[in-house]
Design a protein around this ligand. Structure first.
Ligand SMILES: Cc1cc2nc3c(=O)[nH]c(=O)nc-3n(C[C@H](O)[C@H](O)[C@H](O)COP(=O)(O)O)c2cc1C
Length: 200
C-alpha cells in the first residue's frame, strides 16, 4: 500500500478503484479513524445530517449479495454476467461504507429556518458529497482503494431491514473499499481555460 504524503497527492491520486481485495490490515479501527477525520467535512448550518454505516467482512459480502439478487430480477439475462463480475470486484473487498442523510435533521432545519426550506434538500446532498469526498480522499491517503456506487433506491428496503437502519435515514451512496486490485485508466480533463475563468 502506498500512502499520500500531502493533501495535493491525495487529491490527485484519488481514483475510482472498482476491483478491491481483502487485507487483514484494513481493520474497523482503521476505518473508524479515517471516518473521524472525514467528519470534519462541512455541512450547511453545521446541521450534520450525514450518517454512515460501515459493513465489514461477512456483512459487507451480504450487501453485495443483496445487490446481486436485486439486479438479477432487473437486468436482462444476457447482460447479467457482466453485472455479476462488476459486483464481484466490490464484494472481494474488505468492506463498504453506506452513506445516508437523516431526513429528521433536514425537517428540523426546515422548521427552524423556514426561509431556506426549499434549499435544505440540496444542501443535504451537497453536504453528503463533501463527506463522501473527504472519506474517499482519506481512504486513498491511507493506501485503501475505493469507488462510489449508487444501487439505491432499489436496495433501500432490504438494506434497512437487514441492518435495522432508521426509516428516516435515506441511502445516498455506497463506497466499497479494500486493497487496490486494479490500475485506474487514463483520465481526461477539459482544458483548464474552458472550466476556470479569472478576472483581474
Ligand atoms: C456524484 C458521483 C456519482 C458517481 N456514481 C458512480 C457510480 O454509481 N458507479 C461508479 O462506478 N462510479 C461512479 N462515480 C465515479 C465517476 O465515474 C468517477 O469519479 C469519474 O469517472 C472520474 O474517475 P476517477 O474517480 O477515477 O477519478 C461517481 C462519481 C460522482 C462524483
Amino acid at each position: 500500500m502506498t500512502t499520500a504524503a500531502t493533501l495535493k497527492d491525495a487529491i490527485i491520486n484519488r481514483r475510482s478503484i472498482r476491483k478491491v481485495t481483502k487485507n487483514a490490515a484494513i481493520t474497523s479501527e482503521r476505518i473508524a479513524e479515517i471516518l473521524k477525520t472525514s467528519l470534519h467535512a462541512p455541512s450547511s448550518f453545521n446541521m450534520q445530517s450525514g450518517r454512515m454505516v460501515v459493513l465489514m467482512d461477512g456483512e459487507h459480502e451480504k450487501l453485495w449479495d443483496i445487490v446481486k439478487e436485486t439486479l438479477r430480477k432487473r437486468v436482462p439475462a444476457e447482460n447479467f454476467e457482466a453485472t455479476a463480475q462488476r459486483l464481484q470486484g466490490f464484494r472481494d473487498g474488505a468492506g463498504t461504507i453506506l452513506f445516508f442523510e437523516d431526513q429528521a435533521t433536514i425537517q428540523r432545519m426546515q422548521e427552524n429556518a423556514p426561509s431556506y426550506k426549499e434549499q435544505f434538500p440540496f444542501w443535504s446532498h451537497q453536504g453528503s458529497a463533501m463527506l463522501q469526498y473527504a472519506v474517499w480522499m482519506s481512504l486513498e491517503a491511507d493506501g485503501i482503494g475505493s469507488s462510489l456506487q449508487h444501487y439505491n433506491p432499489i436496495i433501500d428496503e432490504e438494506v434497512k431491514r437487514t441492518w435495522g437502519i432508521p426509516q428516516e435515514w435515506s441511502l445516498i451512496a455506497q463506497m466499497p473499499f479494500g486493497e487496490p486490485n486494479e490500475q485506474p485508466g487514463e483520465r481526461s480533463f477539459l482544458p483548464f481555460e474552458d472550466v476556470v475563468k479569472f478576472h483581474q
